[in-house]
Design a protein around this ligand. Structure first.
Ligand code: TXE
Length: 494
């Protein structure tokens, strides 16, 4: 593949201050360390960012602990907290071009998707969760001693929460975690991915502007094995919420053992997406193409195993191959680009390895090539004629790669769809409502989309079965993961 022509967009935003944000102040890392971040469209260094380490994490946790225990955040009425969280959502929208542009520079994704998708989704989280700040209620419990005890529950904030986020939706996933944490009254140390720290730093600044007091939302970029591990192990952190790879998820669980902090995990996926014989095949092809190729396929929900009933298999292979070939790959600031570069050199090499394996073991129906110099581009790729047991079909590639797999009957496809350690998302395309319900029930996945794919909303819980994680993001249920239930039992009579 020849490297697409890449231009530096004149409207790309200024990168701004890349120091840590602790207790409302921009500060250098204690040891003065920095790390480089890169522009994925060119491979060139984009900026140096302060590299937080153990001491910086400790400073940030101390600030968050102070802010939790006394001061303006501690004393803030829920309605005032709600107002500040809502205002933060507004500020994200007011800065949509800047934030979208930072995401494109840092992650590579198309600017229009970053501005119109990632930023809008992040704002939506703050708006939705602001409403919960005034509605986190306990209950009264009629225990078995009438007239003697009054018993009720309170739902209380946990304290300092450590939020560790990945590079694929840097701002949006930070919002998935920060918004409910704030709504419940917690304070935060946010560690963005070392690959894409820019929008998290801006989020922290905008939170201050929104009226969220200093120390409540601290942002400490740094390396996973250093800053990430220090946050996970910190004894004053009550909970860690993590999104990333399953391997790192296991490391987080081990690291959290010291003080038995609570852990929620949103990990990998290898989503089955099933086109039944009676489906609207054209709609299914279009939805399945977006479902796997959106965001360069760098999505835990990517619909990467496309099961097509044998009666429609050839049409599906032809259709999705045409869709893949029609996709424009290029610089994220080019408005024609639907797919930008992959996020990093290391990730590009990983995806390229799977493409090489796919070429050896199966048939390339579309794409299959990747750039060898300049930016980290990969052509959207359709692979066929591969067995379910292949690494390419089993493992999360996290790139724009789909395997099309034929099947003959419903029980068979359910069995094969469930035959991975993952259980994050799934799709089904059928015109039969009974089939839709039956398959939705049988699939081991946290979200099942029927006749659509990749619909997300702040009100929809999201998370995984099996090795795809613990707990949920978004929706009202996420607040259970950011609160403790306290039971109060008062003697009121003999
Ligand atoms: O993820 P990591 P990487 C998958 C995807 C991708 C693979 C590797 O398959 O190819 O993971 O990506 C922090 N203690 N997903 O290496 O390592 C790290 O600094 C504490 C799926 O980038 O999981 C970053 O902030 N923290 C996914 C975050 O963890 C640690 C999104 C994620 O990095 C740490 C991204 C440690 N020991 C990748 N090591 C999804 N579920 O959406 C790293 N980190």
């Amino acid at each position: 593949m020849s490297t697409p022509v890449v231009s530096s967009h004149p409207d790309a935003p200024a990168i701004g201050d890349t120091r840590l944000l602790i207790d409302g102040e921009r500060v250098d890392a204690a040891e003065g360390a920095t790390f480089d971040i890169y522009n994925p469209s060119t491979g060139a260094v984009l900026a140096q960012v302060a590299e937080g380490r153990k001491e910086d994490i400790d400073r940030a946790v101390k600030a968050a602990k102070r802010a939790f225990e006394w001061g303006p955040w501690h004393d803030m009425k829920p309605a005032e907290r709600a107002k500040a969280i809502w205002r933060l959502g507004d500020l994200l929208l007011e800065h949509d071009a800047e934030l979208g542009g930072l995401e494109t520079l840092d992650n590579g994704k198309p600017f229009l998707q970053a501005k119109g998708g990632d930023v809008v989704a992040a704002a939506g989280l703050f708006h939705y969760m602001s409403g919960w700040a005034t509605k986190i209620e306990g209950s009264t419990i009629p225990i078995s001693f009438p007239g003697r005890f009054h018993t009720y529950t309170r739902r209380e904030a946990l304290g300092v929460v450590g939020l560790i986020v990945p590079w694929n939706f840097p701002l949006t996933i930070a919002a998935w975690k920060c918004a409910p944490a704030l709504a419940a009254g917690n304070t935060i140390v946010l560690k963005p991915s070392e690959v894409t720290p820019l929008t998290a730093l801006r989020l922290g600044e905008l939170a201050l502007e929104a009226g969220i007091p200093p120390g409540v939302l601290n942002v400490v970029p740094g390396l996973g094995a250093d800053a990430g591990a220090a946050l996970t192990e910190h004894p004053d952190v009550a909970k860690v919420s993590f999104t990333g790879s399953t391997a790192t998820g296991r490391a987080i669980v081990r690291g959290a053992v010291g003080n038995l902090k609570k852990v929620t995990l949103e990990l990998g996926g290898k989503a089955p997406n099933i086109i039944m014989a009676d489906a609207d095949v054209e709609a299914a092809i279009a939805g399945s193409s977006d479902g796997v190729f959106y965001n360069q396929g760098e999505a835990c929900a990517a619909a990467s195993r496309l099961f097509a009933h044998r009666s429609v298999y050839d049409r599906v292979v032809e259709g999705i191959s045409k869709a893949a070939e029609a996709i424009k790959v290029g610089d994220g600031f080019d408005p024609e680009s639907f797919i930008g570069p992959l996020v990093s050199k290391a990730h590009h090499e990983k995806v390229a390895g799977y493409l090489d394996l796919g070429r050896e073991q199966g048939t390339v129906a579309a794409g299959g090539t990747y750039s060898s110099e300049g930016g980290w581009f990969v052509k959207p790729t359709v692979l066929t004629d591969m067995g379910d047991e292949s690494k390419v079909v089993q493992e999360e590639i996290f790139g724009p790669v789909v395997n099309v797999l034929p099947f003959d009957d419903t029980d068979e496809v359910i069995r094969r769809a469930n035959a991975t350690p993952y259980g994050l998302t799934a799709g089904v395309w059928t015109e039969n409502v009974g089939t839709a319900h039956r398959i939705a029930e049988a699939l081991q996945a946290g979200t099942v989309w029927v006749n659509c794919y990749g619909v997300f909303d702040a009100a929809m819980p999201y998370g995984g079965f099996k090795e795809s994680g613990w707990g949920r993001e978004m929706g009202g249920v996420v607040l259970d993961d950011y609160t403790e239930t306290k039971t109060v039992c008062i003697k009121v009579g003999d």
